[in-house]
Design a protein around this ligand. Structure first.
Ligand code: F3S
Length: 427
């Protein structure tokens, strides 16, 4: 790979051992992908501290050493850097009944991570939706490790970003560089498979869960090809686009989709496909959407212990909808209802009186935490069970099901009903 003089200096360790280690990783990745050079990025989005540090694996050790070396060398992130939510707030962990020793270990890891990332200059967004707070423009090159952020940035905003690992995203943040490959190159951003909606669907009447189910099912069908969605409403909202984006991160291994008339690079289907013929056309109708709903449920017991909304973190629109469904009602005693949100939006929602409505009903509005992550921590104590969970998020349902948790997947309305009645109504 051709390096500039500045990049050579970073690699030689002139800017400290952390930057040197980070540069070495980026060069190794670039060579693996046959990138001809590194490019400047305008921002990066990194994983939360416990994801990077709280296990004993090699990557975790590597990331910890990288950060320690960077802090020692008084290094700062070289570009604006946002950060993903933490996996479990200690207070929520207590409420869920995690063992004390486990909570203490998690707290230590979090404290170390929060402090070191603060010293490196992170923007403490602690959300998987940094685009609410630090939006990027079409054509900007970025680094990023969260699949939703990558999918939303590439597909909705026209930002150019690869789906990176935790350590490589950290390396992009420390150097302000990334190898020129994948989504940074126009020729790799074109759609490959058409997804058309059958006549028995009315996308204008889709719930968020329907968008989730469509995305989940489409992802399973395209596997690693970039899909081009036809027939979605031109007035689709940011909230709906968030639900269209997230499940593709778990049901497919792709960094981008096109929605014709919505994705900046897809004003027409021809533009989305880059002038080529599609490799395949897939039709999705009611049958396929229903299949996704069925596949995302693993529970058989209708009694609900835990309901969560906000995977990805809720918008203000969703907060209004949730508050109106809960106004004047009480959720079932002993049931936990969590709404996951980014802190700046929680403050706004508080000013609007929405947080009070949800809290008066017995629900919790929790900022900075991955709503689904409460059950996903590596090393969750053997035998620890969280009971039966309900959610309107396909991404979360997918993870929970894979982790052996009993989960119900359905609309926001159905989840709120379940929180009030304490049981899932299947009819
Ligand atoms: Fe966000 Fe966690 Fe869901 S990071 S997208 S709430 S799995």
């Amino acid at each position: 790979m051709k390096l500039t003089i500045d990049e050579e200096r970073m690699l030689a360790g002139e800017l400290g051992p952390g930057v040197q280690r980070a540069m070495g990783l980026l060069i190794a990745v670039g060579e693996a992908y046959e990138a001809e050079k590194l490019i400047d990025i305008s921002s990066s989005h990194i994983l939360a501290p416990e994801m990077q540090f709280w296990n004993t694996g090699q990557l975790s050790r590597w990331a910890r050493e990288l950060v320690a070396e960077s802090v020692e060398g008084a290094t700062h992130f070289r570009v604006p850097v946002t950060i993903n939510p933490i996996f479990l707030e200690p207070k929520i962990a207590e409420r869920l009944g995690y063992p004390q020793g486990y909570i203490e270990e998690m707290q230590q890891s979090l404290a170390y991570g929060r402090e070191t990332y603060a010293r490196l200059g992170v923007i403490p967004t602690y959300t998987c939706c940094p685009f609410y707070i630090y939006p990027l423009r079409q054509g900007e090159h970025s680094g990023g490790a969260e699949s939703l952020v990558v999918l939303f940035n590439n597909s909705v905003l026209g930002v150019r970003v690869n789906r990176e690992s935790g350590p490589t995203a950290l390396a992009t943040a420390l150097t302000g560089k990334t190898p020129l490959y994948g989504m940074h190159l126009t020729e790799n951003r074109h759609g490959q498979v058409i997804i058309e909606l059958k006549d028995d669907l009315d996308p204008g009447a889709f719930t968020y869960a329907d968008y989730n189910a469509l995305s989940y099912q489409a992802g399973k069908m395209v596997v690693d090809k970039i899909p081009v969605f036809l027939g979605l409403p031109q007035n689709i909202s940011i909230t709906q686009l968030k639900y269209l984006s997230a499940p593709l991160g778990v049901s497919a291994g792709i960094p981008m989709f096109h929605a014709v008339g919505i994705t900046p690079e897809a004003p027409t289907v021809e533009a989305a496909l880059g002038g080529k013929n599609p490799e395949m056309t897939i039709a999705v109708g009611k049958k396929e959407i229903n299949k996704a709903f069925e596949e995302l449920c693993s529970a058989t017991d209708p009694r609900i212990d835990y309901v969560f909304l906000g995977c990805p973190h809720v918008t203000i629109t969703e907060m209004k909808e949730i508050a109106s469904l809960l106004q004047g009602k009480r959720i079932k005693s002993n049931l936990i209802l969590i709404i996951g949100i980014a802190e700046p939006l929680r403050l706004l929602a508080q000013k609007m009186g929405l947080v009070d409505i949800i809290q008066d009903s017995g629900g919790m509005v929790v900022s900075g935490m991955c709503s689904a992550g409460s059950f996903l921590r590596r090393g969750v104590p053997e035998g620890f069970k969280v009971g039966v969970v309900a959610t309107n998020a396909a991404k979360a349902a997918h993870y929970l099901k894979a982790g052996g948790v009993q989960v119900w997947f359905g609309t926001m309305q159905k989840c709120i009903n379940a929180a009030i009645k304490g049981k899932w109504e299947t009819a």
